[in-house]
Design a protein around this ligand. Sequence first.
Ligand SMILES: [Zn+2]
Ligand SMILES: [Zn+2]
Length: 53
Amino acid sequence: MSNKKCTSCNAPLAEEGATEFGCPACQYHIQRCYRCREQSIPYTCPKCGFGGP
Ligand SMILES: [Zn+2]
Ligand SMILES: [Zn+2]
């Protein structure tokens, strides 16, 4: 079982095309699903509150 979840919409990251990157502010591991990436849903870091496109 994977515990990967989209940081934006909390959906399980099973689909291909998901993206992962470190928070620019605190390096928290942010993960976004394909849908949120395609639609440019903003993310907010759950750790430090940093937000971005
Ligand atoms: Zn998502
Ligand atoms: Zn952060």
